[in-house]
Design a protein around this ligand. Structure first.
Ligand SMILES: [Zn+2]
Length: 224
């Protein structure tokens, strides 16, 4: 798998800091499981965070900061990272997708009980827990070969990970393993390539905003 589109630095930093919305974190974790380049960046960010805490003069820290520094000693951080790596690499389930996603899949990619949105486009909302329910969405989306997604923009951030097939939009071609990391400035209209269905994992931290003909039809489905 040759991955060309990666997680944005800001998004990865938010993931490492634990401030990224849970729905978006699922997509980031799934991409990390298959992308050595982003794993390298993640490790670097985690090391930097650990070093920062170790080198900070603790006498100047507030009680909360001291507690946080104590909670992440450098040696333990390293162990956590390698433990996490081995779990990611070896814990694929029989659903054929990496573990962060596999544990939420109702079936393999071939047996998802898709729900049709409009002809050629179907989806499957993934189960979420706890704080994830507060805002945003997490779903699988299937676009038939050659089909165009309705044009839309975002009121927040949207992360799309291609699981199978490919699509093209203004930003280029996105193939299996690629991640599209889009913020609210982007207005786009992906078109699935003609060879096979394009199946994606999509998360948002706020409802999508559709424009044009399909807006009234799709807004209640994609929004919350
Ligand atoms: Zn990557």
């Amino acid at each position: 798998m040759s991955i060309r589109h990666h997680i944005g630095d800001d998004t990865l930093m938010a993931y490492v800091n634990g401030t990224l919305a849970d729905s978006l974190s699922v997509v980031v974790a799934t991409h990390l499981a298959i992308c050595p380049k982003c794993r390298e960046s993640e490790e670097l960010m985690e090391e930097m965070a650990g070093l920062f805490l170790m080198e900070t003069d603790t006498s100047t820290l507030s009680a909360t900061e001291t507690a946080m520094a104590d909670a992440i000693p450098g040696s333990t951080l390293q162990e956590d990272i390698s433990e996490k790596q081995s779990r990611r690499m070896h814990d694929y389930s029989n659903t054929g997708v990496p573990m962060p996603l596999a544990e939420r899949m109702p079936a393999t990619l071939d047996d998802i009980p898709w729900r049709t949105l409009i002809p050629g486009i179907s989806h499957y909302p993934l189960p979420r827990t706890g704080s994830e329910k507060k805002k945003g969405t997490l779903r699988l989306l299937k676009i038939a070969p050659g089909k165009t997604m309705p044009e839309h923009s975002h009121s927040g951030q949207e992360l799309t990970l291609i699981l199978r097939g490919s699509y093209i939009d203004d930003l280029g071609r996105f193939q299996s393993g690629d991640i599209a990391d889009l913020d609210s400035d982007v207005h786009h209209q992906p078109v699935a390539d003609t060879a096979e269905d394009c199946i994606c994992l999509i998360a948002t931290d706020a409802p999508l905003k559709f424009s044009g003909f399909f807006s009234r039809l799709l807004q209640p489905v994609f929004g919350i």
